[in-house]
Design a protein around this ligand. Structure first.
Ligand code: GLP
Length: 242
C-alpha cells in the first residue's frame, strides 16, 4: 500500500486525475470502476476536460458502475447513475455502450447482479477502480460485515450509511438497501485507488489503514491488495500515526 497525502482537495483531485489519465493512455480497452459520492467529483471534471482536450480518449475504455441505491434510477436525483452520468459519462460524451451500471429500479435485482458480474468477467475483470470511503469504512456498498470473496450483491444498509445518506437526498428519504460490486471484484483489480478528503474522514481513514484488517471495517480489506494506492488530503490524513 502506498499512501499519498496532498495539501487539499484540489491537489488531491489533480493527482488522482493524473494517475487515471496515465492509466487510460497505457491501457486502452480496460475496464474501470468509479465510485459516485462527493469525494471524486472533481476528479471526474478533470478527466472530462482531459478527454475533451484530446489528452486522453475515454471512449477506448469500458466502465462499470460501482453501486446503486435500491429503488432509484436515472431520473432520481442522488442516484449513483444520475451522479455518474451527469457528473462524468455524459459530460465527457462517453458512448453509453461502453458503460454498464446497476439499475436500482429493476424488480429482479439478482438479474442486475448477474449482468454486472458477467460484464466484469467479459471485460477481463476490473483493471482500475477509484473508490471513496464511507463514514463506516464502506467501499461501494460493501458494508461492515463485508467478506473478501463477494461478487455483486444486494445489501441492507447500516445505520451510519442511512444517516450519512441524507446528504444526497434533501427529502430525507434514504433507501434502505444498496446493490454493489463485490469485494472480490475490487480486490482483483490491477490498480486500486482509495480516496478520502476532509477532517470528517480522518478517524475512519486511520481505522481502515492502521487498524485491524477485518470485514467490520470494509476498506481495511483493501490492504491485502499489493496495488492499493491511497489518496488523502491533509485533513483526511490528520489522524494517521506516522
Ligand atoms: C457512498 C457510496 C460510495 C462512496 C462513499 C463515500 O454512500 N456508496 O460509493 O464512495 O459512500 O461517499 P462520499 O465521497 O460522498 O463521502
Amino acid at each position: 500500500m502506498t499512501v499519498n497525502v496532498l495539501n487539499d482537495s484540489t491537489a488531491l483531485a489533480e493527482a488522482v486525475a493524473e494517475k487515471i489519465a496515465a492509466f487510460v493512455k497505457a491501457n486502452p480497452g480496460a475496464l474501470m470502476c468509479f465510485a459516485a459520492g462527493d469525494t471524486p467529483q472533481k476528479v471526474y471534471l478533470l478527466l472530462a476536460d482531459k478527454h475533451k482536450s484530446g489528452e486522453i480518449d475515454l471512449n477506448t475504455m469500458w466502465f462499470v458502475g460501482l453501486d446503486e441505491w435500491v429503488g432509484l434510477g436515472n431520473d432520481d436525483t442522488g442516484s449513483c447513475r444520475q451522479v455518474m452520468y451527469s457528473g462524468f459519462y455524459d459530460l465527457a460524451a462517453i458512448d453509453h455502450s461502453r458503460i454498464l451500471a446497476f439499475d436500482g429500479l429493476d424488480e429482479n435485482l439478482d438479474r442486475q447482479c448477474q449482468m454486472i458480474d458477467k460484464w466484469i468477467t467479459d471485460k477481463g475483470g476490473i483493471a482500475l477502480t477509484a473508490l471513496g470511503i464511507g463514514m463506516n469504512a464502506h467501499v461501494g456498498f460493501n458494508e461492515p460485515g463485508a467478506v473478501a470473496d463477494s461478487l455483486a450483491h444486494v445489501v441492507a444498509l447500516d445505520d451510519t450509511t442511512l444517516n450519512v445518506g441524507k446528504k444526497y437526498f434533501p427529502s430525507g428519504n434514504v433507501p434502505g438497501k444498496g446493490i454493489t460490486v463485490g469485494m472480490a471484484q475490487l480486490l482483483a483489480a490491477n490498480e486500486l485507488l482509495l480516496m478520502a478528503s476532509g477532517e470528517c474522514k480522518a478517524e475512519i481513514v486511520k481505522k481502515a489503514l492502521q487498524g485491524k484488517i477485518t470485514g467490520a471495517v470494509p476498506a481495511s480489506l483493501l490492504r491485502v491488495a499489493a496495488n492499493l494506492t491511497v489518496w488523502l488530503d491533509s485533513a483526511a490524513a490528520a489522524a494517521l500515526v506516522k
